[in-house]
Write a protein that binds this ligand. Structure first.
Ligand SMILES: NC(=O)C1=CN([C@@H]2O[C@H](COP(=O)(O)OP(=O)(O)OC[C@H]3O[C@@H](n4cnc5c(N)ncnc54)[C@H](O)[C@@H]3O)[C@@H](O)[C@H]2O)C=CC1
Ligand SMILES: O=P(O)(O)OC[C@H]1O[C@](O)(CO)[C@@H](O)[C@@H]1O
Length: 397
């Protein structure tokens, strides 16, 4: 079987690659980095090392790569594939829609009876594959859309594995945490699909995606933003500070109360899940930069993402949101100059004011009680972030 995977980055090589290889897929990475493309083509394999005591390493074999710029070859690969996956970032899906559409068109043109094709966007966030479908469909003709309705599926998914920024001599090598989880919405698959080993197919994806996004991702980015305010540079250092850890736990108990009520979860089991996720953040076998985990604050502060969505939902259910409000405020202060979204966010706050950004970017109208609470907390965080003596914002909660 053949898979085409967009993005030869950390999740592509470190998570999707090994899982698909385990199910005997040959993988064609569609990539941008010329060096990685030629190395993948030359070697046809690369090493994945687990961040554990013994540094267990496996080789992912039967791989190659094509350049995203080589539009004909990308389309050709998609025309012949059984599966297309992506891990390029939710906001980059619009950039590959044209390539995916070309591949689908060619597939239909080349074969009288094309095989079914699954296209799965393995991005952090809700509804990634369906978002890609919405970008691809307008590029197809009505007759192609009709055929795609029968033969091409875009099942939503949840992927979970922490893969930090890599610093090895070998540009293909990737170190990953041992834990991983991949869940796919079963109803989104075409009849008679072949299962990928290690993937769980579920009838309802919402509880899985929300539990993961509002625990792993909310907790991780909260650690990053609180840690950034305290002047740390890695997640490991930040979490080692009991104040930061207490804040992160506080955030996760708030999202946990919301998730437990919404999905009727067992609260004791969820408590164990929270602690297991926090333990993953502290993995001593790698270091994870705060600026990676906090990257793209505009995306992370958008209405459907890991901070605002659980806060709105918890508030609606009459649950506590103090720690979520503090995490949102800390995210609004994140001003790392090498992060284009952080720069845009800070410019926007400067230009339009914090109230306007909360209303128009976070999607929280100023009539909503969370609006003023976030604004007040932001002002508190902002002045302490700026002041020379750095008063202890976190302990004020
Ligand atoms: N790193 C992690 O721990 C996790 C990341 N994710 C998600 O996986 C996705 C990728 O994240 P990472 O692998 O960490 O990022 P990364 O930056 O390591 O990899 C992204 C790759 O996509 C490529 N890319 C970007 N735009 C592209 C385009 N238009 N066409 C082709 N390639 C393009 C980049 O060159 C890069 O190689 C994101 O959506 C992220 O939220 C999900 C779970 C865990
Ligand atoms: O910033 P992104 O792309 O959402 O990815 C970073 C996130 O991915 C993870 O590494 C795994 O989901 C999280 O721990 C982290 O919050």
């Amino acid at each position: 079987m053949k898979a085409v995977h967009f993005g030869a980055g950390n999740i592509g090589r470190g998570f999707i690659g090994p899982i698909l290889a385990e199910s005997d897929y040959e993988i064609v990475f569609v990539a941008r980095n010329e060096k990685k493309i030629s190395l993948l083509q030359e070697r046809g394999q690369y090493p994945v090392t687990l961040a554990n005591e013994s540094r267990d390493t496996e080789l992912v074999k039967n791989v190659t790569a094509v350049s995203i710029k080589d539009v004909d070859e990308v389309a050709e690969s998609i025309a012949e594939a059984d599966l297309v996956t992506t891990a390029i970032g939710m906001s980059a899906l619009k950039d590959i829609a044209e390539s995916v559409a070309r591949g689908i068109k060619l597939r239909f043109k080349k074969k009288k009876r094309p095989e079914p094709l699954h296209i799965i966007a393995c991005e952090n966030g809700i509804g990634g594959s369906q978002r890609l479908k919405k970008l691809v469909y307008p590029l197809l003709k009505p007759s192609e859309r009709k055929q795609a309705d029968e033969l091409v599926a875009f099942p939503n998914t949840m992927v979970d594995r922490i893969v930090p920024i890599q610093q090895h001599k070998d540009p293909l090598k990737v170190m990953v945490e041992p834990f991983c989880e991949w869940v796919i919405h079963k109803a989104g698959m075409l009849d008679g699909f072949t299962k990928i080993k290690g993937v769980r197919y579920v009838d309802s994806l919402d509880p899985y995606i929300e539990r993961k996004l509002f625990t792993v991702n909310t907790g991780h980015c909260a650690a990053a933003y609180f840690g950034y305010l305290e002047g740390y540079s890695t997640i490991q250092e930040a979490i080692a500070n009991p104040k930061v850890l207490k804040q992160v736990r506080g955030v996760l108990h708030e999202t946990g109360a919301m998730l437990t009520q919404k999905y009727n979860l067992d609260s004791k089991k969820h408590e164990l899940y929270i602690e297991k996720m926090i333990k993953r953040f502290t993995n001593p076998h790698f270091t994870d930069k705060i600026t990676r985990v906090g990257r793209s604050p505009l995306r992370k502060l958008s209405p459907n993402d890991r901070l605002v969505r659980p806060a709105i939902q918890a508030h609606k259910m009459g649950l506590k949101t103090d720690h979520l409000v503090a995490a949102i405020a800390a995210a609004l202060v994140f001003d790392f100059v090498k992060d284009p979204e952080a720069v845009k966010l800070q410019n926007s706050i400067r230009e339009h004011g914090i109230g306007n950004v909360i209303e128009h970017h976070l999607g929280i109208p100023d009539s909503h009680p969370l609006h003023s609470r976030i604004a007040d907390k932001y002002n508190e965080c902002f002045s302490s972030h700026r002041s020379e003596d750095q008063p202890d914002v976190l302990s004020q909660l």
